[in-house]
Design a protein around this ligand. Structure first.
Ligand SMILES: [Zn+2]
Length: 466
């Protein structure tokens, strides 16, 4: 935002706004991410820009009209948000209007999103209840040029927006939107927030449960389309990234077999699809690339809270933490039974198996959290640190607030050829290498494997690292 805003007035999209945009934009102070905002909302007026604000400012060049002269960055972000986000009907009008001043590329993207939403409306068991939700919750859509590395689309909870970037190779808008709207359904059920008294384990359990449910809905949506006579999505998914759940042949046979067995046993299509979803949700956790991606997202959220000083006492009332009831509701779409009902929670510890650097990064962040909460000299913090030293954790000397700033910056850059984000532990490794250039630490090499959530088959991703 170093540039002066030109005083060029273009016709605003007032006709779309009147026709289609919801009247009230939720104040930005309340905006949060899919990853959730802590329950406490006592941020000072001088608070740093929220992720949502950063996101819209990153897309500034995109706006039809620059924000009014003298706007604060917060006001600019609100302005761009209003300019760039439309209802499904508004998107269609904007895409069809060649006199609005929008670029052809933007209109093409708007058309793509509007078409995808129309497709969803026609899928009775999956897309239709999601589109009912769009109308009920007045959810707007924003086709943006720029999202953080690794993120293909996102649901921004408190502002009830779905943002999506340009569609990459192997990506599909319909399934992307089904994913993000599943998060909107979870939002309606109160599943996207967390409380600051939660442990990192609870936070990871929550985030991976809702993400696995959203990805499950991609599969179910493609299968629903197949049942309705269009198997294109189902086939396309199978050509997607190996290593991610899309490339797991077992996902497809599991869903198909479970659904068919249900129908053969006399169950309804809806109930049979629910059972297929329950099986798929569990299988998603078997993907190491998927786990790594979402573990890193939650670690970033944790560091953000540390950087904000959110764990400084008092922390507010104790909450129940992440509960079975919350997990039960994660796959609740429409009026049918949830496909996560009765599922078992996957623990952080089990997901960190074989991920030594990631585990150390979590441990170092956790110590920083408790040092903030209890004091660095608290006996329990000291013994935690001793234990981490004994584990050989190399990250204990790093300032986690500084690391958050570096990791956050890195998330806006595509630093890997496959488009995936830079993981937090890579940032920590780079910081260690910078402290000790003599050491021949091949620190910043990406992890092995590494299909990205975006490049090979991007699709939806979460927020905050997204
Ligand atoms: Zn997601």
């Amino acid at each position: 935002m170093t540039e002066k805003k030109p005083d060029k007035k273009r016709p605003l999209r007032e006709r779309f706004q009147k026709a289609a945009r919801k009247a009230v934009i939720v104040p930005l102070a309340a905006a949060s991410l899919l990853a959730g905002l802590p329950a406490r909302a006592d941020a000072p007026q001088t608070a740093p820009l929220s992720y949502t604000q950063q996101l819209f400012l990153q897309n500034e060049a995109d706006a039809l009209q620059k924000a009014p002269e003298g706007s604060t960055p917060q006001q600019q972000a609100t302005y761009y948000m209003k300019e760039l986000c439309l209802t499904p009907e508004g998107l269609r009008l904007a895409a069809n209007d060649d006199k609005s001043g929008e670029t052809p590329a933007r209109r093409a993207e708007e058309k793509q999103v509007a078409d995808a939403l129309d497709t969803l409306k026609k899928l009775p068991m999956t897309g239709k209840p999601l589109m009912d939700l769009v109308a009920r919750r007045k959810i707007d859509f924003c086709a943006l040029d720029k999202l953080p590395g690794g993120v293909a689309a996102q649901y921004l909870a408190s502002s009830r927006l779905v943002v999506s970037g340009p569609v990459g190779k192997g990506e599909n808008r319909v399934l992307q939107l089904a994913h993000e709207l599943t998060h909107a359904a979870q939002d309606e059920n109160g599943l996207l927030s967390y409380s600051l008294d939660w442990t990192i384990e609870m936070r990871v359990e929550r985030n991976t449960a809702v993400e696995a449910a959203a990805m499950t809905m991609e599969f179910l949506t493609a299968y629903d389309a197949k049942l309705a006579g269009d198997d294109g999505y189902w086939k396309d998914m199978q050509r997607s990234a190996p290593g991610l759940p899309y490339g797991d042949a077992k996902m497809y046979s599991l869903i198909d077999d479970t659904y068919k067995a249900g129908v053969a046993a006399g169950k309804t299509q809806q109930e049979s699809l629910r059972e297929a979803g329950a099986a798929a949700w569990k299988e998603i956790f078997q993907s190491a690339d998927w786990r790594r991606f979402y573990l890193d997202v939650e670690l970033m959220n944790y560091l953000r809270d540390i950087d904000n000083g959110s764990f400084a006492p008092p922390l507010g009332p104790k909450s129940a933490g992440y509960t079975q009831a919350a997990l039960d509701a994660a796959g609740q779409i429409g009026s049918g039974e949830s496909f996560t009902k009765g599922a078992a929670i996957y623990s952080l510890q089990s997901m960190l198996q074989g991920e030594q650097k990631m585990a150390w990064a979590f441990q170092a962040a956790d110590i920083a959290r408790y040092a903030q909460q209890l004091g660095a000299d608290d006996p329990s913090v000291l013994s935690y640190r001793e234990k981490a030293k004994a584990d050989g954790n190399p990250y204990l000397g790093l300032d986690m607030k500084k690391m958050y700033v570096l990791a956050s910056d890195a998330s806006w850059r595509k630093s890997h050829a496959d488009g995936r984000p830079t993981y937090v532990y890579e940032v920590l490794d780079a910081a260690l290498a910078a402290q000790n250039p003599a050491a021949q630490n091949p620190a910043v090499l990406p992890a092995a494997g590494g299909a990205s959530m975006r490049a090979a088959n991007g699709r939806p991703a979460p927020p905050a690292a997204g």
